[in-house]
Design a protein around this ligand. Structure first.
Ligand SMILES: NC(=O)c1ccc[n+]([C@@H]2O[C@H](COP(=O)([O-])OP(=O)(O)OC[C@H]3O[C@@H](n4cnc5c(N)ncnc54)[C@H](O)[C@@H]3O)[C@@H](O)[C@H]2O)c1
Length: 336
């Protein structure tokens, strides 16, 4: 049977790369995005493939969602249908404002899960986040999916509201699968980066653009002791597809998706400066401000997805950074 995958947030990092992969493997893909922060250039590239159909739709707009499912019913009734929910309000600056993230990340996820079930979709992939580990983000060998979590609360920081919302979606996913309504799973991604990032809100594009434009990088005070892992978008999307195609993994549970390559943020700056070809002494680091509820280390155990789906990351941080720097500096292409 032919297969159709509907992807919300198709103009974002995960949605666009996953669409590209699925199109190359014979799927028909319907993507939609409201361009809250997605890239029109990525959609233009995908539109070159006749099996990609795009709608400029908002996941929170019910009449647009009605039209979408009507279109699918009219044209793809004999296809096997899967849904990948990538639409979300993601960037850190929104995490402190629960109103900014709740509607899209929680209600949008639930609405599209219910609609997928109602319209005969057989699989649903829910994108969650490693932020749900909150203050229990590190242990030797990495935190595991089944570990109890230690959530910072509103008393401490509103930042956790993003994580709390994503955590709730994991419960919706598990419940739907346990009730036999659909197959699916939730993915807790660690810090994902991509050469195609439009904005410099995430740390890697922030450092590259700051070195390029000012020879100066402004970091939070926390960064003096913070370590993180960084997962290339190519690898994160390969994980989505591995899970989608492996029915045994679609048991409603959670999969960590990250790397085991940890680096201090200050060392990341040095690495980027060196790949760009500047001297360490050419670039000033200024530490400014402090963020609460931001754990010093975040390391995920990826044993579960390795063992059950045979996925592991392929792109080293050095390789990935070279690709990002090449795009942001040497081609200097602005994606809009
Ligand atoms: N990038 C990361 O480091 C990271 C880490 C953990 C989890 N995640 C999760 O992975 C998923 C994909 O994230 P991403 O990195 O591709 O983010 P992204 O910001 O690149 O993509 C999200 C896309 O959703 C779209 N969108 C936002 N609101 C929408 C709405 N109301 N209707 C339709 N589209 C809307 C945006 O325009 C954007 O194109 C998200 O659920 C995110 O929470 C990402």
């Amino acid at each position: 049977m032919s297969k159709l995958v509907v992807i919300s947030g198709a103009a974002g990092m995960t949605g666009s790369k996953t669409s590209e992969y699925l199109l190359n493997h014979g799927y028909v893909v319907i993507g939609y995005d409201n361009f809250f922060c997605g890239s029109r250039s990525l959609i233009e590239n995908l539109n070159k493939n006749k099996n990609f159909i795009f709608f400029e739709y908002d996941i929170n707009n019910n009449s647009q969602m009605d039209d979408l499912f009507e279109f699918i019913k009219e044209n793809y009734s004999d296809y096997e249908k899967y849904f990948i929910n990538c639409a979300a309000v993601v960037h850190t600056k929104h995490f402190y404002h629960p109103d900014n993230t709740f509607k899209t990340n929680v209600l949008g996820m639930k609405n599209l899960l219910d609609r997928s079930i109602l319209n005969g979709f057989t699989k649903y992939i829910n994108c969650s986040t490693s932020e749900v580990y909150s203050m229990h983000s590190y242990q030797e060998g990495g935190v595991k999916e089944e570990d109890a979590i230690l959530l910072a609360t509103a008393e401490n920081s509103l930042r956790t509201s993003y994580a709390a919302g994503k955590l709730l979606t994991e419960f919706f996913m598990k419940d739907a699968v346990e009730q036999g309504k659909i197959k699916g799973c939730s993915i807790r991604f660690a810090n994902v980066y991509s050469p195609d990032e439009v904005y410099s809100d995430h740390i890697i594009p922030h450092i590259i653009d700051s070195v390029r434009d000012n020879n100066k990088v402004v970091l939070l005070e926390n960064a003096k002791e913070t370590r993180r892992t960084f997962l290339n978008n190519y690898d994160s999307c390969a994980a989505v597809v591995k899970l989608l195609e492996n029915d045994n993994c679609l048991d409603g549970t959670i999969y960590n998706v990250g790397t085991e390559e940890e680096i201090y943020i200050t060392d990341l700056v040095e690495k980027i400066v060196s790949i760009i070809g500047k001297e360490k002494t050419d670039v000033e680091i200024e530490f400014k401000g402090r963020r609460s509820a931001d754990p010093p280390r975040r390391l995920l155990s990826i044993a579960k997805i390795k063992n059950l789906a045979g996925w592991s990351p392929k792109i080293s941080l050095d390789e990935g950074l070279k690709e990002c720097i090449n795009k942001r500096i040497h081609n200097n292409e602005a994606l809009v």
